[in-house]
Write a protein that binds this ligand. Structure first.
Ligand code: UDP
Length: 459
């Protein structure tokens, strides 16, 4: 029997691909058929997903040799928004024709990531309903609404030396100017980002907007966004919690669950974690794009080793020609270095007592859902916004955004996180917060509202 089909369109970045594939899996469990339309560049592995998921690539014009870095994310996004218009349109038309010929599933709607804003006009041309999926925090997205006003009022570009840095931005409390995603970007990149934000705000999805969040975490930002939108706002999240019943997540740690990873996860670190004491390990990872340079790696290695704490450290191979011998030696006694970790399993592990993170939104959600406090080291984009939420609003993290990467500073911050009273209190607060999130996650109101909106539109 034909089922109703959803087309999901993620951009080729890990932090966006993961929540889109998680969302697809959840909607699949609600009875929808799923087609993932994706770029050739950084394409997902179909074998990691249910066999009845359909994966269809479309041309993007990007070279496979590209490495995604903080410097080229905006460039890659704008290239996709230009190059992919015709290829996606042709792909959607082909799917529609095939469906008609085979009397197969009708396309109910197209769910696209906010970075792929070109999808909206393509879908509209083909009379397909759309839902926009915002994979950053609602608070970050809300800040986009202020960027062009800040620019016309002469506040941008915002540099470290700007006198307003520490002031709170009106309407975006408690964000300060220095927490905004355009902080320290330079004139050209700021301009490009403000333009991108304006374009991304101009799209008008017909059925609604999904955020990977919950009321408990971002009630005030969600309320403000509801006032700005004419369509439904669905805070469906944290998605990784909705994929597996929360009660079984802790036991799941040794199972190789469905992965959305574009890189191979090294499960040997779970075996290593099994041998460590409860709460004794600091997990260190800057996500899939940010990185430290060689000098910083050496300083971090000394700081970690000198702190006397155990650590599990992700160093992605594409960020460094080879890990300096000095770093390997320093890590040998108390640490473990991997190229890519099964992060959710790591954070769910009882041996992990802290997460030194760049505060990407997925990492932030994963950390708070497993009750792990954070050392917040935002690097670019929405990460400063998230760091502010973690350290200032939820108070489950230390703000390290101004920390110089030097061995003494690192040693001090690691000790503060792992062995001080302040760190202990944060750990306790993080556990309480996790319990409250669990209560919200069990209530599937937003998810049911989304499913209803998709089905109802077409009934
Ligand atoms: N991640 C992982 N293994 C690693 C490092 C990261 O699986 O070794 C995952 C992490 O769980 C998260 C995603 O990669 O889901 C990173 O997304 P995030 O939004 O935190 O940061 P981004 O990579 O987009 O900067």
């Amino acid at each position: 029997m034909a089922k109703h089909r959803l087309i999901v369109i993620p951009p080729p970045f890990q932090g966006h691909m993961t929540p889109m594939l998680q969302l697809a899996t959840i909607l699949h469990s609600k009875g929808f058929s799923i087609t993932v339309a994706h770029t050739n560049f950084n394409s997902p592995d179909p074998t990691n997903h249910p066999p009845d998921f359909t994966f269809l690539p479309f041309y993007d014009g990007l070279s496979d040799s590209y490495t995604v870095s903080p410097k080229n994310v905006i460039h890659i996004s704008s290239t996709l928004n230009t190059n992919c218009v015709t290829p996606l349109k042709e792909l959607l038309l082909r799917i529609m024709d095939e469906n008609k010929a085979n009397k197969e599933d009708k396309i109910l709607c197209v769910i696209y990531d906010g970075l792929m804003h070109f999808v909206d006009s393509v879908a509209r041309e083909l009379n397909l309903p759309t839902i926009l999926f915002r994979t950053t925090s609602a608070t970050n997205y809300l800040s986009y609404h202020s960027l062009s006003t800040l620019q016309s009022n002469g506040y941008l570009p915002l540099q470290d030396s700007s006198s307003v840095c520490m002031e709170v931005v009106e309407g975006l409390e408690p964000l300060r100017f220095r927490d905004l995603p355009i902080f320290n970007l330079g004139e050209c990149a700021t301009d490009m980002m403000v333009k991108q934000a304006a374009i991304s705000l101009s799209v008008k999805p017909s059925l609604g907007v999904i955020f990977n969040t919950i009321e408990f975490l971002e009630a005030s930002s969600l309320q403000k966004l509801r006032n700005l939108y004419k369509v439904g706002v669905f805070p469906v999240g944290p998605l990784h919690m909705l994929m597996t019943p929360p009660s079984s997540q802790k036991q799941e740690k040794n199972n190789h669950s469905m992965t959305t990873s574009l890189m191979k996860e090294d499960y040997s670190c779970i075996t290593w974690l099994n041998e460590q004491e409860i709460g004794s390990v600091l997990y260190v990872s800057l996500g899939s794009i940010a990185s430290w340079n060689e000098r910083e790696l050496i300083e971090v290695a000394y700081g970690l080793a000198n702190s006397g704490q155990r650590f599990l450290w992700v160093i992605r191979p594409e960020t460094i020609m080879s890990i300096p011998e000095e770093v390997k030696t320093l890590a040998r006694e108390k640490g473990r270095i991997v190229k890519w970790a099964p992060q959710r399993e790591v954070l769910a592990h009882s041996a992990v007592g802290g997460f030194w993170s760049h505060c990407g939104w997925n990492s932030t959600l994963e950390s708070v859902c497993f009750g792990v406090p954070m050392m917040c080291q935002p690097c670019f984009g929405d990460q400063r916004v998230n760091a502010r939420l973690v350290s200032h609003v939820w108070k489950v993290g230390i703000d390290c955004s101004e920390m110089r990467i030097g061995r003494e500073e690192v040693e001090g911050a690691v000790r503060r996180m792992m062995v001080s009273w302040e760190g202990k209190e944060m750990r306790e607060r993080a556990v309480l917060m996790k319990d409250k999130i669990m209560v919200d996650v069990r209530d599937e109101d937003a998810l049911n509202g989304l499913v209803h909106a998709i089905n109802n539109h077409n009934s």
